[in-house]
Design a protein around this ligand. Structure first.
Ligand SMILES: C[S@@+](CC[C@H](N)C(=O)[O-])C[C@H]1O[C@@H](n2cnc3c(N)ncnc32)[C@H](O)[C@@H]1O
Length: 226
């Protein structure tokens, strides 16, 4: 198939509007976690122009379920923004560590973020949750450099669940979902779409892994090792 990757895509709150019903009929996150996330969302919407970066409620419920289903113990989040997904994943880890009485240190989220203002907000909210605080490691800087450094420093650390949000919808939209309102988004959307498309091609060719790409939200790939 040929994709028109030059389409000037859009980022809007479409998912939030479509998800009202799915939010209402999915099990909510634990009340304390939900309350903290709601305050975090309010602060992010007030203080950050790109608050649409945050994962939506149904996405968080899905992420929580995935971490629990995989029984993950060491999560890596690449690009945290203000931390709504981090809190979600850390609380899922907490729920199985209580069940299995596992070592706290093994149950952690390592987050990589380049925006110091965003990481400060994430830290402020994670500190409000005493049980989560010592399970989250904050690493400020460009993800590729942080990854190279931590791989050298801690060669034995294995991340068994890696979460990254790409502007995936931009590629997805090239494949035919062009019925959305364009918005004025300052980044090089076609350039990003091409890079994400190359990443998807790379993943598909890698014999060590399996991928299923779902037409869920703006597109979600679940990638596992063979
Ligand atoms: C879509 S947001 C992440 C949303 C968040 N994971 C969530 O689920 O709510 C993408 C984040 O990646 C960060 N980012 C972009 N390029 C990065 C890089 N090279 N290294 C680290 N973080 C990066 C941005 O600053 C932004 O906060």
């Amino acid at each position: 198939m040929v994709y028109d990757l030059d389409f000037q895509g859009n980022i809007d709150n479409r998912l939030r509007i479509q998800e009202e019903y799915t939010n209402d009929f999915s099990t909510p996150l634990p009340p304390l976690i939900n309350d903290i996330i709601q305050s975090l969302i309010e602060e992010t919407e007030r203080d950050f122009e790109q608050s649409q970066f945050m994962t939506t409620e149904t996405q968080r419920q899905f992420l929580y379920k995935l971490v629990k289903l995989f029984g993950s113990s060491c999560v890596l989040e690449i690009g945290t923004f203000t931390g709504v997904a981090t809190i979600t994943m850390a609380s899922a880890l907490l729920s199985h560590s209580i069940t299995a009485n596992e070592d706290k240190k093994a149950n952690k989220v390592v987050l990589l973020e380049v925006d110091s203002k965003a990481i400060d907000v994430a830290r402020k909210y994670i500190q409000k949750l005493k049980d989560l605080e010592d399970r989250v490691e904050f690493i400020l800087g460009p993800a590729i450099e942080s990854l190279i450094r931590i791989t050298k420093e801690r060669p034995d650390e294995q991340h068994d669940f890696i979460f990254i949000v790409l502007f995936y919808g931009q590629v997805h939209r090239q494949a035919g979902y062009a019925d959305m309102k364009p918005i004025n988004f300052k980044r090089d959307i076609p350039g990003m779409a091409k890079q994400i498309h190359q990443f998807n091609e790379h993943v598909l060719k890698d014999q060590r892994i399996q991928v299923v790409m779902l037409p869920l939200f703006d597109g979600a790939s679940i990638i596992t090792t063979n």
